[in-house]
Design a protein around this ligand. Structure first.
Ligand code: BTN
Length: 302
């Protein structure tokens, strides 16, 4: 992580060329923070913050032109004393991270952001944060007139069977206790599908394609942050049932035949009957037994 931070600072001319191995971590933090306050071309902190109706989300907003991954910057800042609810946004990512170690394509025209929660969260509740974030994205899309957004367990937002958004939640732990949670959200807004690798083009859509026109990334970010805060309040008040209720209403996975793939496990097929209180997918296997799936890939079978 430190190398990525040094790389970013060097690229932006904030560090001399020779590597400063011994530089003070506080100095790095200050430089990274400063860089996130400088002027960017497309994503504008001033527009997002204007009339933003939140009490703690994005009160601290950092916007970068290009970073490797907003989750990496968020992790770095969260470990070095950044405020709860801070948000890191990049216009572009050159090392965007997806789930299961995959890369995430992040050219200009998308929303690539990470939210930092510096809260004591039990490990077992982290899947619920991902589900809650999915609900916030779906509600944001509803607000701009996309009524048919659905959530594919655990973290993909789909429109008519095509993916428009992915969520990567990462926990920063110390001595087995979660210290910070980083919620990375990637939304394909105005980018052209041709910019994505060919194998992704058929299974991806963009907000621009769905609406038939471009939409301001800044406005969409603002709407999303407001929705996120609303749902995070449910989480903070332990109203998990409400989050699950909202999730189930928009589920793309329930009622489908799926293949479950988990590292070091044999793949198996089953029918999704629901989602449990912990946020696990409940699958009836073809042999009639039931399985709660907490992690892994869930491939929908046609
Ligand atoms: C997935 O569906 O595989 C998850 C994709 C998550 C992408 C977002 S973009 C902002 C944040 N920074 C990253 O490197 N990844 C997440």
């Amino acid at each position: 992580m430190k190398n990525e931070i040094i790389g970013l600072l060097k690229k932006e001319g904030k560090l001399p060329d020779e590597t400063i191995e011994e530089a003070d971590i506080q100095e790095f933090t200050k430089l990274v923070e400063e860089l996130g306050r400088s002027e960017t071309e497309y994503i504008k902190a001033s527009i997002i913050s204007k009339d933003l109706n939140t009490t703690y989300i994005a009160k601290n907003l950092y916007v970068y032109h290009e970073v490797s991954s907003t989750n990496t910057i968020a992790k770095f800042l969260s470990e070095n004393g950044i405020e709860n609810g801070s948000v890191i946004i990049a216009e572009k990512q050159n090392g965007g991270k997806g789930r299961s170690g995959k890369t995430w394509q992040s050219p200009l025209g998308g929303i690539w952001l990470s939210i930092i929660l510096n809260q004591d969260v039990d490990h077992s509740k982290i899947p619920l944060i991902t589900l809650a974030t999915g609900v916030a994205v779906a509600k944001t899309l509803e607000k701009i007139g996309i009524e048919n957004a659905e959530i594919k367990w655990p973290n993909d937002i789909m429109i008519d069977g095509k993916k428009v958004c992915g969520i990567l939640t990462e926990a920063v732990s110390k001595f087995n206790t979660v210290k910070n949670v980083i919620i990375g959200v990637g939304i394909d807004v105005n980018l052209n599908l041709e910019e994505l690798p060919e194998e992704l083009q058929n299974e991806t859509t963009t907000i621009k394609n769905e609406l038939g026109r471009k939409i301001s990334e800044n406005q969409l970010i603002k709407l999303f942050l407001e929705e996120f805060e609303k749902i995070s309040e449910l989480f903070n008040h332990h109203d998990y049932e409400m989050i699950l209720k909202e999730w189930r209403k928009r589920s793309y996975s329930i009622g489908k035949m799926v293949e479950i793939r988990k590292p070091y496990h044999k793949n198996y097929d089953g029918y999704v009957i629901g989602i449990s209180r912990e946020g696990a997918l409940v699958v009836e296997k073809t042999d009639g037994s039931f399985e709660k799936v907490m992690s892994g890939e869930c491939i929908i079978k046609k």
